[in-house]
Design a protein around this ligand. Structure first.
Ligand code: ZN
Length: 304
């Protein structure tokens, strides 16, 4: 029997417990998150020094290895921004800009770019690429020195943040009228994962405290954007990589197999791109989004 858990202003059914944290379906926040929520001081230590060296040691190497594919992903995102914005509006802020390749792609197609990134290693790497980076967390305080933007991009950020609503409000304050926010987060507790748990005996491997605090899906992220003063204009999934698990390739904890599955997905997407089928692929992934499928939730929303 699931029990209720209350912690500070949060309250909800406990869906599971990992590493001393309870994961709740929070009735106050209307999305799933762990409790207790780590403090800003605890999170600061993790992301300034440890994250890319301890938690993601292979990350930079892999991004470089996958760069051709990443650039396909990035070009679709910039295409969408350029479709939605008039041609003179090309200022972008990347929050949690990591190694900088997303901004580099934008710079090369004429965007005015700025990154904000707390990891010393990732910021240094970005500067080697010739990018301007503020080495810090995005807070109400640090936001004041950044300026105004037409797009605020946050990929793989909101799941790590103690107060994602506050983060979206800060993003909103940085946007010019009708500016866009692009948010990418894992699509957790999705129907494929549900199947894997109930039929195939999988544990919820995607629950990863303290790094992942929040667990979104298309609807809960859309709702959070709406109450934060945005109008959702595009919901698009990324490839549902968990389909490999459903087909019997258990890559959980098996890095080599995980890379093989990822390589197949890259082949699929490259083939469609080379055939001029990017538009069809995107409509397929938008259809996935409409039924809650996909490994990541990607939402573009406009400031109201
Ligand atoms: Zn809550």
């Amino acid at each position: 029997m699931a029990e209720m858990r209350e912690w500070q202003n949060h309250r909800g059914l406990v869906l599971g417990s990992v590493k001393g944290f309870d994961l709740i379906e929070c009735e106050k926040c209307k999305f799933k998150h762990i409790v207790p929520i780590p403090t800003p001081v605890e999170l600061e230590a993790v992301y300034r020094q440890e994250y890319y060296s301890a938690e993601k040691p292979l990350y930079l190497e892999r991004v470089r290895e996958d760069l051709e594919w990443w650039n396909l992903v990035y070009s679709e995102r910039y295409d969408t921004f350029e479709d939605l914005l008039p041609p003179h509006r090309r200022r972008i802020l990347d929050v949690g800009s990591g190694p900088g390749f997303f901004l580099l792609h934008g710079k090369q197609r004429g965007w005015q770019t700025l990154g904000i990134e707390p990891s010393a290693q990732a910021a240094a790497h970005s500067r080697e690429l010739g990018l301007e980076i503020v080495e810090d967390f995005l807070t109400e305080q640090t936001a004041k020195q950044l300026g105004t933007f037409d797009v605020v991009h946050m990929s793989e950020v909101l799941e790590h943040i103690a107060d994602p609503k506050e983060m979206l409000q800060i993003a909103r304050s940085l946007l010019a009228p009708e500016g866009l926010v692009c948010v990418v987060v894992p699509n957790d507790y999705n129907p494929f994962q549900y199947t894997l748990r109930t039929v195939c005996g999988y544990e919820p491997w995607w629950v990863a405290p303290p790094h992942h605090i929040n667990y979104f899906d298309f609807d809960s992220l859309s709702r959070l954007l709406t109450i934060s003063g945005f109008k959702v204009v595009l919901r698009e999934a990324t490839f549902p990589i968990d389909v490999f698990l459903l087909m019997g390739d258990n890559y959980v904890g098996n890095d080599a197999l995980g890379r093989q599955c990822h390589a197949k997905r890259k082949v699929l997407e490259r083939n469609l791109s080379e055939a001029g089928m990017t538009d069809l692929k995107r409509r397929l992934y938008q259809a996935f989004a409409s039924i809650g499928i996909g490994r990541e939730v990607q939402i573009i929303a406009q400031k109201e």
